[in-house]
Design a protein around this ligand. Structure first.
Ligand code: CP
Length: 305
């Protein structure tokens, strides 16, 4: 259970105590992921089905790997290879998977709110693997876990998120989580990629990356989501990189022990340079590893109801 819900649909309504519990449990799961005997019986006899209407490498594979490490029957279905192409609608597709006795349904969809609709129509616990521009809760949880691994605590940290805030579900989930846990969150993007009223989420808004990065503890780059952009928000990617890209010189404006995160996939030389991706301050690979552990902790929690 996640609060009073069978489902994990977002961070916004997840109590701090539940966030903390998931982070604490992830430490145990990480030991399993990093061991030479990656097997538990936590999900033995359970079924995990993964239904993605959008492409994914990290989220989908980490859920599937984690589910298999925990001894579940784990299956993957892409909308493009399913009866969705024969016009089966979302609820009927989800119900079909549900009545195969699915315990956990992981889903990603291009429309904000799609997992919420599905959750009301199935018995399975629904976990949101990203819905439109709305939320990506498991990403925010793995980001928080990665920051805590390196910094010890989130409280008081200056976290600067740079990139396509307007179209980013990762930004939204991270802002909910990090502000709830006491971090000071700043966002930075061209004015056209800052949603109006976002200050109400408790963030400081910058349009100058060199001002934003000053004394940051954590720097998070976000991908420019061209697939979700319906208009010209900036002249071109070269211009964006010149004005907002995180490079070696700009990273030096942050604290000397600042860490760099990016949810991936990364467009090298656009939102961050190859130097920054590959430097010692980058924890992007650790984020991916921690993604398996966090999703294992979440799936274990999902069957406790
Ligand atoms: N961060 C993230 O969601 O990556 P994928 O699209 O590869 O799952």
């Amino acid at each position: 259970m996640f609060g009073n819900s069978k489902d994990l649909l977002g961070i916004r309504d997840l109590p701090v105590s539940e966030i903390q519990e998931i982070l604490d449990r992830t430490a145990e799961m990480k030991k399993i992921v990093m061991s030479q005997n990656r097997k538990t019986t936590d999900l033995a006899g359970r079924t995990v089905n993964i239904l993605f209407y959008e492409n994914s490498t990290r989220t989908r594979l980490s859920f599937e790997m984690g589910a298999k490490m925990m001894s579940s029957v784990a299956c993957n279905i892409s909308a493009s290879g399913s009866s969705v192409t024969k016009k089966e609608n979302l609820i009927d597709t989800a119900r079909t998977i549900d009545v195969m006795q699915t315990d956990i349904l992981i889903m990603r969809h291009g429309l904000s709110g799609a997992p919420h609709l599905v959750a009301k129509n199935v018995n399975a616990a629904v976990i949101n693997g990203g819905d439109g521009t709305h939320e990506h809760p498991t990403q925010a949880l793995l980001d928080a876990y990665t920051i805590i691994e390196k910094k010890g605590d989130l409280k008081g940290l200056k976290v600067v998120i740079v990139g396509d805030i307007a179209h980013s579900r990762v930004a939204r989930s991270n802002i909910w989580l990090l502000t709830k846990m006491g971090a000071k969150v700043s966002i930075c993007a061209p004015k056209t990629l800052i949603p109006s009223g976002i200050e109400q989420m408790g963030v400081t808004v910058y349009n100058d990356v060199e001002v934003a990065l000053k004394d940051a503890d954590v720097v998070m780059g976000l991908r420019i989501q061209l697939e979700r952009q319906k208009g010209g928000y900036f002249p071109d990617l070269v211009e964006y990189a010149k004005e907002f890209g995180i490079n070696e010189k700009r990273l030096k404006l942050a604290k000397s022990d600042a860490i760099v995160l990016h949810p991936g996939p990364v467009n090298r030389e656009v939102e961050i340079t190859s130097f920054v991706y590959d430097c010692d301050q980058s924890v992007i690979d650790e984020q991916v590893t921690n993604g398996v552990a966090i999703r294992m902790a979440i799936m274990k929690k999902a069957i406790e109801r």
